[in-house]
Design a protein around this ligand. Structure first.
Ligand SMILES: Cc1cc2nc3c(=O)[nH]c(=O)nc-3n(C[C@H](O)[C@H](O)[C@H](O)COP(=O)(O)O)c2cc1C
Length: 358
């Protein structure tokens, strides 16, 4: 897009985004949250085209484009992010106790690759801070709450149950994050019997709250097709409602060109698009309609979102592209997606889900 074809909001967002690059990635992110919280960085978002409305988990999403976890770890700005035009916002990852995460620097921009590497390690203010903010919520709009385990948890499964016990009544959706590469051992929860035990504890904790938000499991893109089949079976038999596919990758380093390509942590953004969409398609075929899938990884355009929907996603989310493109991105993706659906004769998003396999 040329500068002259950008709207005022876009230009301002683009200017702000460029300005923020003067800071290290983590400081820039903190400034963004502050600016959004105080209303400095808000633009009226265009209403999503009617064709983009989606029904899933008994909820009506005005658009299938959501904000992925990690942007608003402490549930500080869900309302403001919904106003940017997102159809839903996922806050977290929230752990029972506050924790500081890994030493800085721990977020790296890879501009030539349209990517980010992070090794934050679940820095967050903990359950009580998030609970207080979500309790005070007065706005409408769908908020998913992503939960995890503290780094020093003696029993990680119990940490998920603790979070669900406190947050299920405040969440429209719950996401169990068992795929961050930055908490040692966390990804092992994806395997067979560990996932069975996690889902048993999670569904029991939810039941005790007498509320019933859907439970989704967020998985890594670094799994074999065999792993995915096992996870899908365990998710279905354990009572999960869906999967978020997926988190950052510890692989795919060979193609990177930017200075920070060798940093340890999880890679997100453009290089993740193809792989995460492939894993999503495998999960879709394995689930055979028994789970609702959320596609995440490398989305930066309407065509990217459409590819995820065609591969099997009912909803999609993004984070990294927002760092590079600024707030005008959401409206742009929505109009591009609506055009692609119309071009291919799909009356709705739901109509296009899994179309790649038909
Ligand atoms: C800086 C940063 C922090 C993140 N923190 C979390 C997190 O706390 N919990 C989580 O489930 N995913 C987290 N993610 C992963 C994103 O939610 C998403 O799954 C991943 O970045 C792929 O999407 P993207 O390519 O659109 O960024 C984080 C990603 C980034 C870049």
């Amino acid at each position: 897009m040329t500068d002259s074809s950008r709207s005022f909001g876009d230009q301002f967002g683009y200017f702000g985004t460029s300005l923020l690059r003067l800071f290290d990635a983590e400081t820039a992110h903190r400034l963004t949250i502050l600016a959004v919280r105080t209303g400095l960085a808000l633009f009226p978002a265009p209403t999503p085209p009617e064709r983009l409305a989606v029904r899933a988990f008994g909820l009506r999403f005005p658009s299938p484009i959501g904000l992925s976890a990690g942007f608003d770890k402490n549930a500080e700005v869900p309302q403001q992010m919904l106003r940017l035009g997102f159809g839903f916002v996922e806050v977290g990852t929230i752990t029972p106790k506050p924790q500081t995460g890994n030493p800085r620097p721990r977020i790296f921009r890879l501009p030539q690759d349209g990517a980010v590497i992070n090794r934050l390690g679940f820095n967050n203010q903990g359950l009580e801070a998030a609970r207080a903010r979500l309790t005070a919520r007065t706005f409408r709009g769908i908020v998913a709450v992503n939960v995890g385990a503290n780094k020093d948890a003696a029993d990680p499964v119990a940490d998920y149950a603790t979070c669900i016990g406190a947050l299920a009544p405040l969440a429209d959706m719950l996401v169990l994050n068992i795929s961050s590469p930055n908490t040692p051992g966390l990804r092992d929860l994806q395997m067979g019997t560990r996932l069975d035990a996690l889902l048993a504890a999670a569904t029991a904790a939810r039941k005790a709250t007498r509320t019933n938000p859907p439970i989704l499991v967020k998985i890594a893109p670094d799994l074999t097709e065999g792993d995915i089949t096992t996870i899908v079976d365990a998710a279905i038999s354990g009572g999960a409602d869906g999967l978020v596919v997926g988190n950052t990758t510890v692989a795919l380093r060979d193609t990177l060109r930017s200075e920070h390509r060798g940093e340890k942590g999880g890679l997100s953004g453009r290089p993740l698009l193809a792989r995460s969409t492939e894993v999503l398609g495998q999960a879709y075929r394995a689930a055979g309609g028994r789970l609702t899938l959320v596609g995440v990884g490398g989305i930066a355009s309407g065509a990217d979102a459409y590819a995820k929907i065609r591969a099997g996603a009912t909803l999609v989310e993004l984070y990294t592209a927002l760092v590079y493109e600024g707030p005008g991105l959401v409206g742009r993706i929505q109009s591009e997606l609506a055009e692609l659906l119309a071009r291919d004769g799909h009356a709705s998003v739901t109509d296009a889900v899994g179309a790649a396999w038909r």
